[in-house]
Design a protein around this ligand. Structure first.
Ligand SMILES: *[C@@H]1O[C@H](CO)[C@@H](O)[C@H](O)[C@H]1NC(C)=O
Ligand SMILES: *[C@@H]1O[C@H](CO)[C@@H](O)[C@H](O)[C@H]1NC(C)=O
Ligand SMILES: *[C@@H]1O[C@H](CO)[C@@H](O)[C@H](O)[C@H]1NC(C)=O
Ligand SMILES: *[C@@H]1O[C@H](CO)[C@@H](O)[C@H](O)[C@H]1NC(C)=O
Ligand SMILES: *[C@@H]1O[C@H](CO)[C@@H](O)[C@H](O)[C@H]1NC(C)=O
Ligand SMILES: *[C@@H]1O[C@H](CO)[C@@H](O)[C@H](O)[C@H]1NC(C)=O
Length: 407
């Protein structure tokens, strides 16, 4: 009778457990298990938790900017000038001269940064010594930008926004003006001009397939086209816009290590896309729910276009000066080497002496060569701050601002 010893307890256990299950099913709504599984999946799928990884610095701190300034053959001197016009001890700077420049010119820039006492003292200027080959209109332009962003995230300490400039860009406000204005706005905002209206770009940008030899060859040559063409993607929506932007730290970190891998997938797609800097960043930001509402549809640049529009900017001269200032934009492009209007900007907008730094709270004594960086905890905004504030508050106070993201 060994078997009977456990038979009765077993029946008893089965009865109580089935009663227990029935009582649960009765006591709750019709779909308790369904609700539970939805809840569970929102925990299991990491994508929905992206927002927890993207925090900004407290808004009581002075904002800090991370700049990439890049150039090519013969841009060594221009980069130095743009750097000095943009310099502030709170910011971070990465300089890049592409692989087409001679080793001599690149070494010259490295030596210059190592010799300038202020850069040595503050330690916030870096030169990318492993230069990239960059092909005009090719994806190597995007990979170079991402390379610099990665260097700045890894070595640049704390900063709030990333700004990509070239040696032919120049500021129209001082850094004290800029940091002062940015203090009053949320640090998650991305200033990125964008539209989903591809217009002629659908035919001439989205459909052709290009190869950028700069990805695999050390010899410089132009992008080339391969057949057949491809159709417009249906897995995500394409956006396009300006190649100039100011990106938030959370968005830059997402670009570099987004764990849903969307930035990488889109980068692969854009590898064969003509003029990818005018689309990659826009398409990423507008295809991620968490970032759509962070976009401000402006590139913070004054650019004067030739005809046909939005293809080639014309070189700015003193004839453009008034329009440039009245645009209230913090940056302008594009300027020729030693263009006289740059001297006018230096003296009238930046208060900068030839080869000097731009005066601000951290550096006021323009009569002495020794610079005293003791007071970088305060800013000294001037008229540029008023211009910029009116530009930015114009976007943010637009009553339709909330409805205008990624259209
Ligand atoms: C970054 O800067 C370079 C100029 O050096 C420019 O050609 C490129 O299109 C810019 N934009 C992006 C998004 O990489
Ligand atoms: C800073 O953050 C606090 C609390 O989150 C908020 O009340 C305040 O308005 C913010 N200030 C600015 C300038 O955004
Ligand atoms: C690449 O450049 C090097 C040096 O200029 C030259 O010797 C070589 O033939 C070039 N290769 C091709 C495939 O053009
Ligand atoms: C973005 O803003 C719109 C309008 O205010 C809102 O309906 C939507 O829920 C927001 N999206 C996210 C992901 O916060
Ligand atoms: C720099 O300024 C501080 C206070 O403003 C002063 O105490 C210090 O002596 C100055 N240093 C130099 C080298 O001028
Ligand atoms: C720093 O500069 C601000 C404004 O220019 C001034 O009010 C403050 O006293 C200065 N602090 C020091 C330590 O010099």
């Amino acid at each position: 009778m060994e078997g009977n010893k456990w038979f009765i307890p077993l029946i008893f256990a089965l009865l109580t457990s089935s009663l227990f299950i029935i009582s649960i099913l009765n006591s709750t709504s019709n779909y308790p298990l369904f609700h539970q599984s939805v809840h569970a999946s929102s925990i299991l799928f990491v994508e929905s938790k992206l927002h927890t990884a993207t925090t900004t610095r407290p808004n009581s701190t002075i904002p800090r900017l991370a700049y990439l300034i890049s150039g090519s053959i013969g841009d060594g001197e221009r980069i130095k000038r743009t750097l000095k016009a943009l310099y502030h001890p709170l910011n971070q700077y990465v300089l890049h001269l592409d692989l087409e420049t001679s080793v001599k010119e690149r070494n010259e820039l490295v030596k210059y940064v190592k010799k300038e006492a202020l850069f040595v003292e503050i330690g916030n200027v870096r030169v990318i010594e492993r230069s990239n080959l960059i092909t005009y209109r090719g994806p190597t332009m995007v990979s170079n930008t991402l390379h610099a962003a990665a260097v700045l995230v890894k070595e640049g300490g704390e900063w709030d926004w990333f700004i990509n400039l070239s040696a032919s860009d120049y500021p129209l406000v001082t850094q004290d003006d800029l940091l002062h204005c940015l203090r009053n706005i949320p640090r998650y905002l991305n200033f990125i001009e964008h539209t989903s209206d591809l217009d002629w770009k659908e035919e001439y940008r989205a459909k052709p397939i290009i190869i950028d030899p700069g990805l695999y060859s050390l010899n410089k040559s132009d992008v080339f086209f391969v057949e057949p063409k491809r159709s417009v993607p249906t897995a995500f929506k394409l956006f396009t816009g300006s190649a100039w932007m100011m990106l938030s730290r959370p968005f830059v970190e997402y670009l570099l290590s987004g764990w849903d891998s969307l930035p990488r997938t889109l980068l692969m797609y854009y590898t064969n896309f003509l003029s990818s800097p005018e689309g990659y960043f826009q398409t990423v930001v507008c295809n991620v729910q968490e970032f759509i509402n962070t976009t401000v549809n402006h590139d913070l640049h004054f650019i004067a276009w030739d005809n046909p529009p939005k293809q080639h900017p014309h070189y700015l001269t003193t004839d453009d000066y008034r329009e440039m200032v009245e645009s209230n934009a913090p940056f302008a492009r594009k300027f020729g080497r030693n263009e006289p209007v740059l001297d006018k900007i230096d003296s009238e907008l930046l208060g900068r002496k030839p080869d000097g730094f731009v005066p601000g709270s951290w550096f006021g004594d323009t009569n002495t060569l020794t610079i005293n960086v003791t007071n970088i905890t305060s800013l000294l905004p001037g008229p540029g701050a008023e211009r910029l504030t009116s530009l930015i508050s114009g976007f943010l106070s637009d009553k339709d601002f909330d409805k205008k993201h990624c259209l």
